[in-house]
Design a protein around this ligand. Structure first.
Ligand code: SAM
Length: 212
């Protein structure tokens, strides 16, 4: 008998967890619990995985673009958008970081629960490893994101990035600052061996830090 696909629940939403796709974890929930959006804003969910953040964002806004390099994730996020009745608001695109973003497209909020764990060797061996592997320093994808993100933000746009103390959070703050962006840790969650941080990147210096 064929087994039923695994499902998880977050708030009133249900998500199918597809093979080869990252299963939402503490890092996903850290962003999900701290999403504040205003009607009319346009959202980019980078590295959407099963689409959890795209679907939650689509509860509050009408236009969400969800991107993932993993074709299984692209399919899965589309399924979960349908399952949660937001398919009309969520467009899923396959590609490497910002490559699927069209010329001139800008966003009020860019989300990224990035692959941030340091691992030996540059690339993950399979799609699940690629979901959490940030290469030897844990920063391979994060550094590219930092370099490119400002080009895709509206004038008052902001980004939310999750990373771990394993991959040098101070360096992330510095690298954003070098590019004229203000980056602050707005939430920190302690896990067994590391803390995960939610970093908000914005032109405005109006952010508070709290511990959960
Ligand atoms: C930690 S998972 C987060 C998944 C989902 N957003 C969540 O919070 O549960 C990171 C996701 O980023 C995707 N990813 C990794 N490198 C990427 C890249 N260069 N461009 C686009 N997506 C990427 C992975 O395939 C994976 O789905």
């Amino acid at each position: 008998m064929k087994s039923q696909p695994k499902k998880i629940h977050f708030g009133r939403h249900t998500f199918v967890i597809c093979d080869e796709v990252y299963e939402p974890s503490e890092d996903s929930f850290l962003i999900a619990r701290n999403l504040s959006l205003t009607n009319g804003e346009r959202v980019l969910d980078m590295g959407t995985g099963c689409g959890i953040l795209a679907v939650i964002a689509a509860e509050k806004v009408n236009e969400v673009i969800a991107v993932d390099v993993n074709p299984y994730a692209v399919e899965c996020a589309g399924k979960n958008a349908e399952l949660n009745d937001v398919a009309v608001k969520v467009e899923v695109r396959e590609g490497n970081l910002f490559s699927p973003v069209r010329d001139g497209e800008k966003f009020d909020l860019i989300l990224f629960n990035a692959p941030y764990l340091p691992v030996e060797g540059d690339e993950g061996k399979n799609w699940i490893e690629k979901a959490w592997s940030g290469g030897e320093t844990g920063r391979t994808v994060i550094d590219r994101f930092i370099d490119e993100v400002s080009e895709y933000l509206t004038e008052k746009g902001r980004a939310l990035l999750v990373q771990s103390t394993f991959s040098d959070v101070d360096r992330t703050l510095e690298e954003f600052s070098k590019r004229g962006l203000i980056a602050k840790i707005i939430v920190e969650k302690k896990l067994f061996f590391e803390s995960i941080m939610l970093i908000e990147v914005t032109p405005q210096n109006t952010i508070k830090r709290e511990l959960v």
